[in-house]
Design a protein around this ligand. Structure first.
Ligand code: 3H9
Length: 679
């Protein structure tokens, strides 16, 4: 294997270069090469300054995550960086691409940092359930202050070069195309001057002067960090940077880092990191499959879903023609799109110009013929097979040759819809989640005849519009809704048997979901699809509607709501449920939270096993990606399939049997063989 680290001289400046594609991760070979060249540079009297930079698309994007969980191999990044920072010769980090995690820590240990305008810098370790482990939490607050360090270390989102310059993390922004030359000139100008060391910085004293900044920050992030271990450890580490010496602070960081590294949350989040990337790959569609150009998109239906779908493309700079049947519906739809954009602008996430540009890309129409020049048309009309087939037959007449025709169905048979056209190879499902302009997940439903280039194009397009895409096969509800269904059945069965509906919600909240099924029903509106006949009561929802309990919209659904939409369990609802159960002849009993949890979650794993066995998902980790991005499954458990692996498939099978619930052959076989879903 060739050495990823090389060095060459430019006069008195030593340029150390890493070339370790794809992202210059700081694996063992990189660390040892870096140590070797830095030591050589420091020992060579002819070298008066050092520049560290990377070839390829990015500066070091962090530690090599594939090494985590294995026995550590020296040299450690920490010791290499401490030796480098201790030098009196100026060391300059020349940053392009993304200086992340350990990469940001390399930059922090350099005496100076210069970056191209497009560079990004950050400490995303929390997203892997970790905190920085090479003194990042100790150098950064000393360099920029605890207040500026907190969002970087605890939030994990990278910042732009200009933002980094404004907080003092970067010393200079240099030419986009002249990074090395500018960095060398910068280094040369610093020769002979005393070097600034981040570990000796004093900005961290802001947190000592005003210790409340930590609690204020924690409170401001409360919703985002609920349930996660790493953000609290990150806050503790940044706080320690103000209270302890550098050496003691590094030790505190190390202890926190190692504890997180050995815990289940980080294992789960590392699993997710690779799961999201694996989901991009379609086993039998080679990476070099041609991509069809998507220059214009058509959306049929300007309701909530169609409008949300359209916004994805408008925001990404792709023109959209949106079709409705009636002028008033069309006006309402385009009005809602504008309202949503205006709200985004109000929150500062978009400029007024940006809103106008996005709206300028939208063409409303009532005429199918206007879809003729679209490269992709997505149907988002009423969820009924007859309606969908009619739409696709019409679309087949007007859409140009080679256009991709997609349905946003949540449940229906995509193959049957494809058969309504003369070109089933160009038909697939693009299942967006509501609100479609916000939710990350996109299920790409592969029909029997969907062509490889159509699939590859959909995958690529998903990335363009910022979605996390997962390929699903044609089955009722695909991956996500198919697994939701047994959970919902159990939720309903449980409350008929006497479980408190608020306990059902609370079990899921405690597990880490943002919301339980009955809160969800209240939010969406219990009266959706209600026949409006109070004398006809066949379900609990109908029983609630009959008593005027429609959900949050009128302040009473399963729960009672106050002005601020705080929920309290309702005696009336409890009585309605009990009465309904009595009518159905269901004996009542107390149900433990343990039973609720097992009955809600284990059947999902069983359904997931069947999805895998039938080949409806390519891999178990794809199912995890669906549930984390589309249904609020807590990231720190790694998704349903990874969580099942964590607790053991045998436990799942035993739980299902204990509650008299079905166990699929696939799940049973795997459990008996002591296997896991994710290898
Ligand atoms: C850390 O640094 C801890 C330290 O504090 C501790 C020191 C002691 N390692 O995402 P992409 C692979 S923790 C190994 O598709 P993009 C990735 O799996 C680390 N592999 O590209 C993929 O492989 P494949 C902190 C990595 O252009 C390929 O590279 N750093 C790593 O969309 C391309 O990746 C992070 O958390 C890695 N660190 O995005 C940054 N990174 O082709 C993690 C990537 O086989 N990385 N790979 O599927 C990223 O956020 C993005 O990869 C990046 C590029 C933005 C860099």
């Amino acid at each position: 294997m060739t050495d990823p680290i090389t060095a060459r001289r430019n006069g008195e400046v030593l340029i150390i270069v890493s070339n370790n594609p794809p992202v210059n991760a700081l694996g063992q070979a990189v660390r040892s090469g870096l140590k070797r060249e830095i030591e050589a540079g420091l020992a060579d009297d002819a070298v008066k300054a050092i520049v560290v930079r990377c070839d390829g698309r990015t500066f070091f994007a962090g530690a090599d995550i594939t090494e985590f969980g294995k026995a550590p191999q020296g040299p450690s990044l920490l010791e290499t960086l401490d030796a480098m920072e201790a030098s009196d010769k100026p060391v300059v980090a020349a940053i392009h691409g993304t200086a992340l995690g350990g990469g940001c820590e390399v930059a922090l240990a350099c005496h100076y940092r210069v970056a191209v305008p497009s560079a990004k810098i950050g400490l995303p370790e929390v997203k892997l359930g970790l905190i920085p482990g090479a003194a990042g939490t100790q150098r950064l607050p000393r360099l920029v202050g605890a207040e500026a360090a907190l969002p970087l270390v605890v939030g994990g989102d990278p910042i732009s070069a200009s933002k980094a310059e404004s907080i003092g993390l970067i010393d200079a922004i240099v030419g986009e195309d002249s990074l090395e030359a500018d960095a060398v000139a910068f280094a040369r100008a610093k020769i002979g001057q005393p070097v600034p060391r981040a570990s000796e910085g004093t900005k961290n004293q802001d947190g000592v002067r005003d210790p409340d900044i930590f609690d204020r920050f924690r409170a401001s992030q409360a919703r985002k960090i609920r349930g996660f271990d790493a953000p609290n450890a990150a806050i503790e580490a940044v706080k320690a940077a103000g209270e302890l010496s550098y050496a003691e602070g590094v030790k505190r960081e190390r202890d926190l880092f190692l504890k997180l590294m050995g815990g289940t949350q980080s294992a789960a989040m590392r699993h997710y990191f690779f799961a999201e990337r694996a989901a991009n790959k379609i086993d039998d569609v080679p990476a070099d499959t041609p991509i069809l150009p998507i220059r214009k998109v058509g959306v049929i239906g300007a309701g909530t879903m169609g409008g949300g779908i359209a916004m994805n493309f408008l925001t990404a700079g792709i023109p959209v023609t949106i079709l409705e049947m009636q002028q008033d519906a069309l006006d309402r739809g385009t009005g809602t799109i504008r309202k949503n954009y205006d709200a985004t602008a109000k929150r500062g996430r978009m400029t007024a110009d940006g809103v106008e540009q996005a709206m300028g890309r939208l063409t409303p129409t009532l005429d199918y013929a206007d879809l003729a020049d679209c490269d992709l048309v997505i149907e988002a009309v009423y969820e009924a097979m007859d309606v969908k087939k009619e739409v696709f037959a019409k679309l087949d007449e007007v859409a140009k040759q080679g256009a991709i025709l997609a349905t946003n169905t949540s449940y229906l048979d995509v193959d049957e819809i494809a058969r309504a056209t003369s070109r089933p190879g160009y038909v697939l499902g693009l299942h967006f989640f509501s609100p479609a302009n916000v939710m990350k997940l996109l299920e790409i439903v592969r029909g029997k005849e969907t062509r490889a280039d159509v699939l590859a194009t959909a995958m690529k397009l998903a990335k363009t519009i910022g979605k996390v895409a997962v390929v699903a096969g044609v089955c009722h509800g695909f991956i996500g809704n198919r697994m939701l269904s047994p959970r919902q059945q159990q939720a309903n069965a449980l409350i008929l048997e006497g479980a408190n509906y608020w306990d059902v919600d609370d079990v899921l909240l405690e597990f880490g979901f943002p919301m339980g099924p009955f809160q969800m029903a209240d939010l969406a509106g219990i009266d959706i699809g209600w026949h409006r006949d109070p004398s006809r009561v066949e379900t609990i929802r109908e029983a609630l509607c009959a008593k005027g309990r429609f959900g949050q919209k009128n302040g009473k659904g399963f729960y009672d709501y106050d002005e601020a939409r705080n929920r309290t369990p309702s005696e009336e609802t409890k009585a309605i449920v009990a009465e309904f159960a009595a009518r159905e002849g269901k004996p009542q009993r107390a149900v433990s939270k343990e039973e609720i949890r097992e009955r809600l979650l284990y059947p999902m794993m069983n359904e997931g096993a069947m999805i895998l066995e039938e080949g409806m998902a390519q891999r178990a980790s794809d199912i995890d990606v669906v549930w984390i991005n589309g249904y609020g499954w807590p990231l720190y458990t790694g998704g349903p399939m990874f969580w099942a692996d964590t607790i053991g498939l045998k436990t799942v099978v035993e739980g299902l049997e204990r509650h008299g619930l079905p166990v699929s052959n696939y799940l049973r076989r795997k459990a008996e063989a002591g296997e896991t879903f994710n290898r």
